[in-house]
Design a protein around this ligand. Structure first.
Ligand code: NAG
Ligand code: NAG
Ligand code: NAG
Ligand code: NAG
Ligand code: NAG
Ligand code: NAG
Ligand code: NAG
Length: 411
């Protein structure tokens, strides 16, 4: 792609420093960031301004190496591998060259569900895609339409998400625990969804979670790329270093090491000491639970209908966000910009608070409180971006809450 369509060599490509990165550099600098980290990200000794140009010839070299030697340049014991191992071990880490050479990316089939005539595809465990499908399956039975009041719909969405998020907290890497496949099959089943729906009271919030909840934590930050082409290819990619700047460790070649280990369940991490999940406990070779959910929608039958590519940041809050955006598009027939802009809620299972974003009105909050929800108003819960195709018309739309994402429609 790069070679056939681009005339610029990687080295000459500047990157524009985005507002969130500039803000993170000003406010969330990793503690103990190394001298090399400072030289790379704070060249003038101070956090750079948003929109300033940052040139990274070091990363251009890395891309060149990957272009020439392929994934082996990263994993097979070359300079890049040695540097990453050395950097991690220097900081007390235990990763080895063998960990890299043993690693392989798994290509897996997505989990899917049919929601109102559309196929929804999302990543399988250890990703929490099955919980997204489960939420949609539960909600389908409430027969939501534009005739149902928004307030009543919000109550059902909140109660449904409490169940779906509790289910998500029980997932983990199926290679290390075969019961996860059974949990997943339950989560994808419409019969199971009907059973769970039966526990939701139409007028009263459940005082405590219906199902046991394990610790739910995950990468707060995520980068999203969502592309739809006239050639019928759809790309949805969400990636994360977990925390901003990951572990804060940077190799001499400029690669930031992630802090994805935090996606495992660790005992006593949260204030409330929620139980750690055995399914997601740390183990050699295991992949951690992940709320990164690039999601694709297409008509279940035939070619006519809505096509979507969606992504979200915000860990569990992203799952809540995706569910609500899908409802807006597929149930309430809203256009994509409207669907992304509408206020969203998220039940925080650890604190038992129902978080709502700044788009919520006082009346909506009063309604929810009257139903027994403990509401906490926050500024933003998640950024959900998307791309949509209807017939031959393709659009890209960013979440209006995001200060600098971009959505483009190229005709
Ligand atoms: C690996 O690093 C050494 C020492 O820095 C350098 O001389 C060599 O060119 C590097 N090899 C590659 C393939 O980049
Ligand atoms: C690498 O894979 C081999 C063969 O599967 C296994 O015996 C070994 O323990 C693995 N090493 C690590 C560090 O995981
Ligand atoms: C939704 O519609 C179906 C079929 O008409 C009906 O059986 C079901 O009871 C309805 N669900 C609710 C919650 O009203
Ligand atoms: C729902 O909750 C209300 C208020 O607590 C209660 O009166 C009603 O019986 C409950 N409905 C069901 C079906 O449990
Ligand atoms: C972790 O939590 C358990 C029970 O939840 C408690 O017994 C233990 O003392 C805690 N450990 C630490 C280090 O706080
Ligand atoms: C989306 O729908 C809203 C409400 O119906 C409307 O105001 C807006 O113009 C629409 N936007 C686009 C891009 O069609
Ligand atoms: C969890 O902790 C928060 C404060 O950290 C507290 O407000 C809340 O009541 C606690 N929830 C439970 C279920 O203990």
């Amino acid at each position: 792609m790069h070679l056939s369509h681009w005339v610029q060599p990687w080295q000459s490509l500047p990157s524009l420093l985005s507002l969130p990165i500039a803000r993170a550099l000003a406010e969330q600098l990793p503690p103990d960031a190394s001298e090399h980290f400072h030289e790379t990200f704070l060249p003038s000794g101070r956090p750079p301004l948003p929109g300033s140009l940052m040139q990274r010839p070091d990363l251009a070299m890395v891309l060149d190496l990957l272009g020439t030697y392929g994934p082996a340049a990263f994993y097979a014991g070359g300079n890049l591998t040695l540097e990453m191992v050395a950097e991690a071990q220097h900081a007390g880490g235990v990763i080895t060259e063998e960990d890299f050479s043993n690693y392989s990316a798994l290509v897996e089939k997505p989990v899917c569900g049919v929601y109102r005539g559309h196929l929804v595809l999302s990543p399988p465990p250890p990703h929490t895609g099955p919980a997204l499908i489960s939420a949609l399956n539960i909600l389908e039975g409430f027969n939501l339409t534009s005739l149902v009041s928004r307030e009543q719909a919000l109550h059902w969405v909140a109660e449904t998400l409490k169940i779906a998020l509790a289910l998500a907290s029980r997932l983990g890497d199926p290679i290390y625990d075969s019961t996860i496949i059974e949990s997943m099959d339950d989560m994808l089943s419409k019969v199971e969804a009907a059973y769970l729906r039966g526990h939701i009271n139409d007028s009263q919030a459940a005082p405590a979670p219906l199902l046991p909840v394990y610790e739910l934590d995950g990468a707060p930050t995520a980068a999203q790329v969502l592309i739809m082409g006239p050639d019928d290819f759809i790309v949805a990619m969400v990636s994360s270093l977990n925390r901003p700047f990951g572990s804060g460790l940077i190799t001499p070649s400029g690669i930031l090491l992630n802090s994805q280990m935090l996606d495992f369940s660790w005992p006593n991490r949260t204030a409330n000491h929620s139980a750690p999940s055995l399914e997601n406990s740390v183990q050699p070779g295991k992949r951690p639970l992940s709320f990164l959910l690039p999601t694709v929608v297409r008509p279940a039958e035939g070619l006519c209908g809505t096509y979507l590519a969606l992504g979200a940041n915000g860990a569990a809050r992203g799952l809540s966000g995706l569910t609500q955006v899908l409802l807006n598009v597929l149930t309430l027939n809203r256009n994509l910009s409207d669907s992304l802009a509408h206020g969203r809620l998220h039940p925080d299972l650890q604190s038992n608070l129902l978080q709502v974003d700044s788009e919520f009105t006082e009346e909506e909050i009063e309604f929810l409180e009257a139903r027994g929800h403990h509401v906490e108003k926050v500024d933003v819960l998640s950024w959900v971006h998307g791309s949509r195709r209807t017939n031959n018309f393709i659009i890209g739309v960013k979440d209006p809450r995001s200060p600098d994402a971009a959505g483009a429609t190229i005709l």
